[in-house]
Each structure stands twice: as structure tokens, then as C-alpha cells.
Design a protein around this ligand. Structure first.
Ligand SMILES: *Cc1c(COP(=O)(O)O)cnc(C)c1O
Length: 386
């Protein structure tokens, strides 16, 4: 049989995460590749999910999500950001991943263009391709120790077919948290060129060194043109629950829901109820988790520096970027493939997140959302590189 997969999806084969996780298992390496925590979320939240199952909340919840969760998201937006979204401006999705795909499918005609900051989260490229749209990457480059963009380059990427811009802050895989000034640049461009902003804010609560996450929708003129996306996965350490949501004005929510209802219709009721509880009652747990992650970041950074990497200090997320050139390597892909044999550790070559891989050639990403003893063992092993 000929290749059955449609042409527009052929560039998306096996993800690097599957490859690297298999490599970790096959070689008995410590996996600092994929970004999921190795400890559970708040115990009472887990109990709420169990209780929801036991009390019979096991049939299809409403398409837009259970009222309890839509209310809780509405309250959380108000409390944290002063953003007023009614419960009917909230749509629950199967994680942020479905929210992103539904949003892109809802607003892009075939041939429309979507701006992404590269390196970008791997599902963005696939979502844009599914819509028959075209991605326009703008490269984040290191300046004064953090990844940022050139406003002129961003403006030049907008053309007559540009429909939307995907903004991920705190940013995976670089750890950058966009400053208010950077967000103002994005906001001005959205308004001048009539773009829809799709914001991926899954790391909204995981920022460090007192750096504050500013939602793009809080900037003047932006709420009305922003599809704001969050997820319980990263905030509450339950990446396997795949419970996310969008907040947007009614016309945008309706558009996204029109698509979402035929992708999955709805998602697991027990998780939705448990996340509703957590958004109301477990934000102290999230604060403690943020502090714990900041300490883990420092622990891993210190170890990576001692092993000879140049380390970039992330202001948010689960990830540290390293430059491997001081170790005598210059291709991160080759380095990451050899790292299990050299040191018994798995990491992700950052170049896989670029349309122009040469721009991220010497960066390698390590995850620090792991138990201290796992980080310590990885760090001990990495000293072999020296
Ligand atoms: C983890 C992650 C997601 C996916 O979130 P889910 O809720 O698991 O679908 C989306 N965007 C970024 C940047 C992520 O790191």
C-alpha cells in the first residue's frame, strides 16, 4: 500500500520524546528528557477524583465542561489576574493540547498563517498543519542570558494571510517568561494587524526568582482577541489527567467549541470535579510546589555547571537550557544520542523544536521536575563528562 498518511502530516513522525524515553529504558539511563513530575499532586485533590468516581459522576459531562469547573476557572482568573470571565466564557478541553488544536482549527482557513516563536512546543506545528495553515516561525535568541525575540523580526513575519499568533509564556523549552514590555510588543502588533492571540499558559504558576507571569489578555485591548489556554497538568502535577481549558469572549469560545465538540465532545468528569476543587482550595499547595521546583532548578543548574555546561537560568517551567560547546561538542542531537553511553543520562536536543534546527544546534534541554535524589544521581553521572 502507498503511504496512507496525508501529505501535510508526513513531517510529524515519531516524536523525539518517544525516541529518547525508549533510549533511557534500553540503556538504564536517568530520564531528564520528558517533562513530567515523578511525584503526585495534592492528596485531597486525588481523593476528590476517587470520590467523584464512587459517587457516580461517571457519565458524559456537559460538552463545555462541568459547571463546578467552569465556575472555579472563572473565580481563579478573577482572583489571580483580575480578569472577568463568566463561566460561559470558559470551555473545558482534553488538556491544553486539545485546546490549542481546537483553537487553531477553529480560526484558521487553509492557507492562513500562524506565527510561532521557535523553538516551539511540538504540538503547535502539527495543529497548524491539521488546519492546512502555514506556520511562520520567529526565532528566540539568547540575549543577556535569556531567550528573547527581535520586535522587528516579529513585525516582519506578519503578512496579509497572518491570522493568529501562538504565544507560550512561561515558554517551553527555553524557560523564558515574557516581560510586560515584550508582551506589549505582541499586543500592539495583534491590534495593528488584527490578529487573534492564542496563549499557552500551562506554566502560569511555575515562575521563579519573583518573576511574575503576565497573561497577554490583561493588556489593554487584548481580552477581546485572545484565546487564553491553561491546564491542570503542570499546575497540580497531574499531567496524566489531561484536563485543560480556554477562556475567551463568547464568539471565540463558540468557535472553539464548535470544533472541540466533534474532536472529543467532552472529557473525564472525575478529573474535572477534582480540578475544580483544587483551583479553589489547593493554591497553597501550588505555591509550595513552585518553591520546591525553584530549589530543584538551582540544584540541577549547579550540577550542570560543575559538569562543564554553560547553563541558562530559566525564569519559569520545568526546564533548563544548556549550551554544550564548553564540553567540546557542537551538535546537540549527536550529543543527546551519545549521552546515555557517556553518562547514563537522557536529555532532549533543543534543535528538534525549530523549523531551522541549525539555530538551536548547540542547545540541550534538561528537566528538573524530578525527585532530589534523581537530580543528584544524574548530576553525579554527568560529572563523567569533564
Ligand atoms: C505540557 C505542555 C502542554 C500540554 O498540556 P496538556 O494539558 O498535557 O495537554 C502544552 N503546552 C506546553 C508548552 C506544555 O509544556
Amino acid at each position: 500500500m502507498e503511504e496512507p498518511l496525508v501529505g501535510r502530516m508526513r513531517e510529524f513522525g515519531t516524536t523525539v520524546f518517544a525516541t529518547m524515553t525508549k533510549l533511557a529504558v534500553d540503556t538504564g539511563s536517568i530520564n531528564l528528557g520528558q517533562g513530567f513530575p515523578d511525584t503526585d499532586g495534592p492528596a485531597r485533590m486525588l481523593e476528590h477524583a476517587v470520590e467523584a468516581i464512587r459517587s457516580g459522576r461517571n457519565q458524559y459531562p456537559p460538552g463545555p465542561g462541568v459547571p463546578e469547573l467552569r465556575q472555579a476557572v472563572s473565580g481563579h482568573r478573577k482572583d489571580w489576574y483580575g480578569l472577568a470571565y463568566d463561566a460561559d466564557e470558559v470551555l473545558v478541553t482534553v488538556g491544553a493540547t486539545e485546546a490549542i488544536a481546537s483553537a487553531v482549527l477553529a480560526v484558521c482557513e487553509p492557507g492562513d498563517e500562524v506565527i510561532v516563536f521557535e523553538p516551539y512546543y511540538d504540538s503547535y506545528g502539527a495543529a497548524i498543519a491539521l488546519a492546512g495553515a502555514v506556520r511562520r516561525p520567529v526565532t528566540l535568541r539568547v540575549d543577556a542570558g535569556r531567550f528573547t525575540f527581535d520586535p522587528a523580526e516579529l513585525a516582519a513575519a506578519v503578512g496579509p494571510r497572518t491570522r493568529a499568533i501562538l504565544v507560550n509564556s512561561p515558554h517551553n523549552p527555553t524557560g523564558t517568561v515574557f516581560t510586560r514590555q515584550e508582551l506589549e510588543t505582541v499586543a500592539d502588533l495583534c491590534q495593528e494587524r488584527d490578529l487573534i492571540a492564542i496563549t499557552d499558559e500551562v506554566y502560569e504558576h511555575l515562575t521563579y526568582d519573583g518573576v511574575e507571569h503576565v497573561p497577554l489578555a490583561t493588556l489593554p485591548g487584548m481580552r477581546e482577541r485572545t484565546i487564553m489556554i491553561s491546564s491542570a497538568g503542570k499546575s497540580f502535577s497531574v499531567t496524566g489527567w489531561k484536563t485543560g481549558w480556554i477562556c475567551a469572549p463568547p464568539a471565540l469560545v463558540r468557535a472553539v467549541q464548535t470544533v472541540k465538540q466533534f474532536l472529543t465532545f467532552t472529557s473525564g468528569a472525575p478529573w474535572q470535579l477534582a480540578v475544580a476543587y483544587a483551583l479553589r482550595e489547593e493554591m497553597d499547595w501550588v505555591a509550595a510546589q513552585r518553591a520546591a521546583l525553584e530549589a530543584k532548578r538551582d540544584r540541577l543548574m549547579t550540577g550542570l555547571q560543575a559538569a562543564g555546561f554553560e547553563v541558562l537560568r530559566p525564569a519559569g517551567t520545568y526546564f533548563v537550557q544548556t549550551d554544550i560547546r564548553p564540553l567540546g561538542f557542537d551538535d546537540g542531537l549527536e550529543f543527546a544520542m551519545r549521552l546515555p553511553e557517556l553518562a547514563g543520562v537522557v536529555a532532549i536536543p533543543t534543535q528538534v523544536f525549530y523549523d531551522r534546527p541549525e539555530r538551536g544546534r548547540h542547545f540541550v534541554r534538561f528537566a528538573f521536575c524530578k525527585k532530589d535524589e534523581v537530580i543528584d544521581e544524574a548530576v553525579t553521572r554527568l560529572q563523567r563528562l569533564g
